[in-house]
Design a protein around this ligand. Structure first.
Ligand code: HEM
Length: 375
């Protein structure tokens, strides 16, 4: 819990907003109980309301002079998401890979024109399971002390590499968690991307290729990964990720839906915008996911007794049940990590849950309050 003085002494003097205790006041002379009460408040950085949609969402140059690509410095963190990696390597996100939800919202809207409500759900669902609600910081890769002292277990604050939410099996360019490395670019998997694009897309990645590749990735994990799982919420991100390269990695002035493979490698491996890259013309999210799904529909589920033992999981939300996705995510995934939060932790989680719920406005879901309502 918040009791390790050695962890705090350095961090407490340097971080975030000091709300309940003036930062200039010396901590010397306080009892251990007083320190335990005060130090979390020194770390506390309250959640910020997410930005609204862009006022002007037309296409524009985003690989500009103000956002040059820079090579990684020692200690810079990157993870499984090629878009966030690229935004960090161009300075739309902090280059060290430690970010706040608002910074991600601004970066994915400004740099890629990701649609506001869609971005919110992705950002706050991911932050609630992988970020630190006290410091309001999250790693876009692995766990790090840079996000501050962790809340009590079973919370993990593991960053985006955590195998529990967005991250999951059947990625296009990252291996399944079972095989050891679920976050670094994997050349062999990228070669499948290339081969399928050559076979079904005449050398480009498009919706036809996306459907065939997704089917292949399911079969591949089914036959090789004894722990293969594809249930909500991973189900949603998997189909979203199949179409993101078409919707978002293609230059906004190019309207044919055909992604060049050199451009693809630039994002997936090199974390780099192409020269002169313009973002998508108009806000966009996972359009086309249903085309990918409908070619080879599957039920949510996974291997239950080793490879090739796929069993449907009727309790999982399907792609067409966004409210069940929301409700289960809050009541199961978040509750499992934070069974009984109190004080500032509860307050922050409740605020982030509110931001998450607001992202479902278009779906008419009923809000759930696992920790009661704030006054
Ligand atoms: C402009 C918006 C975004 C685009 C274009 C994008 C694109 C992608 C793509 C294509 C992948 C799949 C990588 C692969 O299969 O090899 C991916 C993975 C991932 N993205 Fe993003 N992403 C975006 C925004 C976000 C946001 C806002 C978050 C969370 C805050 C996020 C978190 C992740 C995670 C955790 C993965 C790993 C999933 C996995 O493959 O297991 N992404 N992203």
């Amino acid at each position: 819990m918040f009791s390790s003085l050695s962890v705090y002494t350095l961090l407490a003097l340097s971080v975030c907003a000091a709300n309940a205790f003036p930062q200039y006041q010396s901590l010397a002379g306080l009892t251990r109980d007083e320190l335990d009460a005060v130090v979390p408040t020194l770390q506390y950085s309250p959640p910020q309301p997410p930005p609204g949609p862009l006022a002007d969402d037309s296409t524009k140059l985003v690989n500009d002079a103000a956002h040059p690509h820079m090579p990684l410095k020692p200690g810079d963190i990157r993870g499984p998401c090629p878009a966030l990696n690229t935004l960090a390597s161009h300075g739309y996100l902090p280059r060290n890979g430690i970010v706040t939800p608002t910074q991600i919202m601004n970066a994915v809207q400004e740099g890629f024109n990701l649609e506001n409500a869609f971005a919110r759900f992705l950002v706050f669902s991911t932050f609630l399971v992988n970020g630190n609600p006290i410091t309001n910081l999250m790693s876009i890769g692995g766990a790090t002390p840079l996000t501050g002292p962790n809340p009590p277990k079973p919370a993990t604050v593991g960053g985006l590499n955590s195998h529990n939410n967005c991250e999951g099996d059947t990625s296009m360019t990252r291996d399944d968690f079972f095989f050891g490395n679920n976050h670094d670019f994997d050349e062999a998997r990228f070669q499948n991307f290339v081969n399928f694009s050559n076979k079904f897309g005449a050398g480009k990645y498009n919706l036809t290729v996306a459907a065939e590749l997704r089917h292949f990735l399911h079969q591949d994990s089914l036959m090789r990964n004894p722990q293969f799982s594809l249930v909500s919420p991973r189900l949603f991100t998997a189909y979203g990720e199949s179409v993101f390269p078409i919707n978002i990695f293609i230059d906004g002035r190019q309207k044919d839906g055909q992604l060049d493979l050199t451009v693809a490698r630039g994002f997936f491996q090199l974390m780099q915008f192409p020269k002169d890259f313009h973002r998508h013309d108009g806000a966009i999210s996972n359009e086309g996911f249903d085309t990918v799904y409908n070619k080879y529909p599957i039920q949510p589920g996974g291997n239950t007794k080793g490879v090739n033992t796929y069993k449907a999981d009727p309790t999982s939300a399907t792609l067409f049940q966004p409210c069940l996705r929301y409700t289960d995510f809050v009541n199961k995934n978040i509750k499992a990590l934070y069974p009984n939060p109190t004080g500032l932790l509860r307050k922050s989680i409740n605020t982030n849950l509110q931001f998450l719920f607001e992202a479902t406005a278009g779906d008419n879901c009923t809000q759930v309050f696992p920790y009661g309502k704030d006054n």
